[in-house]
Design a protein around this ligand. Structure first.
Ligand code: AMP
Length: 217
């Protein structure tokens, strides 16, 4: 089953995608995580190319992203489907994804659109903190760690993503509106779009998603 999580930055795509992946036992493919890992590496050409775009809150060029996803979809663990988080983000990417999946006799089955108002998105992103060690995500007010600045799971230090700074967040929200929002219509026309109220507890939202994709037996 191939699922796309769509929604603005801060809508909770990563959190929900991780849960869906555990429950449905299909891999979570976050293009943002893949790029950040490549940057962290310090040596990879992909990381070097992506770094400046990410820092500015802009999108990495479509060609780079499509190659990256094509490569990921070819891996064995992706044979039964994937949960895409942060891809596609443009119409060209959405078209390329359809082509890639079609080659394997597959198609996007569900597009889960997480709907959250702009004020809440800004609050969520500005207070978001990420563990340097294991990638766990926290929020200074809504989901704080037991010990300040230290991950509950692995004890590593928490950091603020560079692109969660206020000026960059504003740019990312604009980019979403301009380049990604048109995908709502794209997937609506293909009858796979499911708008979901993205405010509430993580559990409540997860339940809404499971109602659409179905609980595994
Ligand atoms: P995310 O973690 O999904 O918020 O992604 C962080 C940043 O990575 C974005 O602001 C973009 O600069 C870049 N990025 C991630 N996915 C894509 C994509 N599908 N197309 C272009 N840029 C992307």
């Amino acid at each position: 089953m191939d699922i796309v999580l769509l929604g603005p930055p801060g809508a909770g795509k990563g959190t929900q995608a991780r849960r869906l992946s555990q429950t449905l036992k299909i891999p979570h493919v976050s293009t943002g995580d893949i790029l950040r890992e490549a940057i962290g590496d310090g040596k990879s050409p992909l990381g070097r190319e992506a770094q400046e775009y990410i820092r500015r809150g802009e999108l990495v060029p479509d060609g780079v992203m499509v190659d990256l996803v094509e490569e990921r979809l070819r891996r064995k663990d992706a044979a039964q489907g994937v949960i895409l988080d942060g891809f596609p983000r443009t119409q060209a990417q959405a078209e390329a994804l359809s082509t890639l999946l079609k080659r394997q006799g597959r198609s996007v089955e569900h597009v889960l659109l997480l709907d959250v108002d702009v004020e809440e998105l800004t609050q969520r992103l500005s207070g978001r903190r990420v563990c340097k060690g294991c990638g766990a995500v926290y929020h200074v007010n809504f989901n704080p760690t037991k010990e300040s600045g230290k991950c509950d799971r692995c004890g590593a230090a928490l950091i603020q993503r560079e692109d969660d700074r206020e000026e960059v967040v504003r740019e990312r929200l604009k980019v979403y509106e301009r380049q990604t929002q048109p995908l709502i219509q794209f997937y609506k026309e293909r009858s796979v779009l499911h708008p979901i109220q993205g405010q509430g507890t993580v559990e409540e939202i997860f339940d809404r998603l499971l109602k659409i994709v179905g609980r595994p037996h």
